[in-house]
Design a protein around this ligand. Structure first.
Ligand SMILES: NC(=O)c1ccc[n+]([C@@H]2O[C@H](COP(=O)([O-])OP(=O)(O)OC[C@H]3O[C@@H](n4cnc5c(N)ncnc54)[C@H](O)[C@@H]3O)[C@@H](O)[C@H]2O)c1
Length: 256
């Protein structure tokens, strides 16, 4: 433990499993007081119990749920220092097969969810004159994409624009707003939804030679949540094993 966020009160949304769970594990190990929110009750409660955290069932696409997650943190701990909005969905679906309802659901969770979380966390952070709002964006959308990620790419590019606006608006309240852009991170959801062929092709495209882990991503969140990032706002950190770097597919061909 480095003590960098010791006793800070953190609400992590989308924390039952995957990257959100990785962030929760890292924050718990650093001594933060945690409230975990997720729409999946069983897995969420199990994660919270393991980490000595409070769980609150939350669908982040609903403003009322975002507000009650924040209220839970404030009721129990008296304040809210760090809010991480990590919940996201990534159906793999060509644009020609995407219905307006499919499109709206991805927007509602990923993009409206970011707004709901920020809007709900604002009042306590504003009155404290301190807050860290953090969002899970992606390299997919802001920088690159692949077939089947139309709605998803739009939401993650949108989150980056929202981060910049919110950072500016909240700067005079002592609140910083930042995000992390993971590359391809090995989570259960990725294993189930993408399959072995997709994963092999991604491994091949990553200069560091492997998909990332939730712990790799959690380190960037810890930095942004800590005092080391006091002067950082309105930006995103790429955590992708170098995946964005190659100009072409054959980056392993070297000069003689
Ligand atoms: N895994 C990757 O390669 C990768 C890469 C870039 C970005 N991301 C982003 O990271 C985040 C987490 O991804 P993951 O791979 O860990 O996925 P995951 O499915 O394993 O975890 C997502 C968590 O969010 C919860 N969730 C989903 N919809 C919700 C809602 N409406 N309200 C509350 N909770 C909800 C899920 O129940 C789950 O616990 C997402 O925002 C995703 O877009 C993932």
């Amino acid at each position: 433990m480095t003590g960098r966020i010791e006793d800070r009160v953190a609400l992590i949304i989308g924390a039952a499993r995957g990257i959100g769970r990785g962030i929760a594990e890292r924050f718990a190990a650093e001594g933060a007081k945690l409230v975990l929110a997720d729409r999946e009750e069983e897995a969420g409660r199990a994660t919270a119990e393991e980490l000595g955290a409070t769980f609150v069932k939350t669908d982040i696409s609903e403003m009322a749920d975002a507000e009650s997650a924040v209220a839970t943190a404030v009721d129990i701990h008296g304040r809210l220092d760090i809010m991480v909005q990590n919940a996201g969905i990534f159906p793999w679906q060509l644009i020609e097969n995407t219905s307006p309802a499919d499109w709206d659901r991805v927007m509602a969770v990923n993009l409206r969810g970011a707004f709901n979380a920020a809007r709900a966390a604002l009042p306590p952070m504003k009155s404290q004159r301190y807050g860290r709002m953090l969002f899970t964006s992606s390299i997919t959308g802001p920088h690159v994409t692949s077939p089947g990620h139309g709605h998803y790419s739009a939401t993650k590019a949108g989150i980056n624009g929202f981060i910049r606006s919110a950072a500016l608006e909240f700067s005079s309240y002592g609140i910083t707003v930042n995000g992390v852009e993971p590359g391809n991170i090995m989570t259960e959801a990725v294993k189930q939804q993408r399959g072995a062929e997709f994963i092999r092709s991604m491994e091949d495209a990553i200069p560091l030679g492997r998909l990332g882990t939730p712990r790799d991503v959690a380190g960037a969140f810890l930095f942004l949540a800590s005092g080391d990032a006091d002067y950082v706002t309105g930006t995103t950190i790429v955590v992708d094993g170098g995946q964005l770097l190659p100009e072409g597919r054959d980056f392993r061909i070297l000069p003689a």
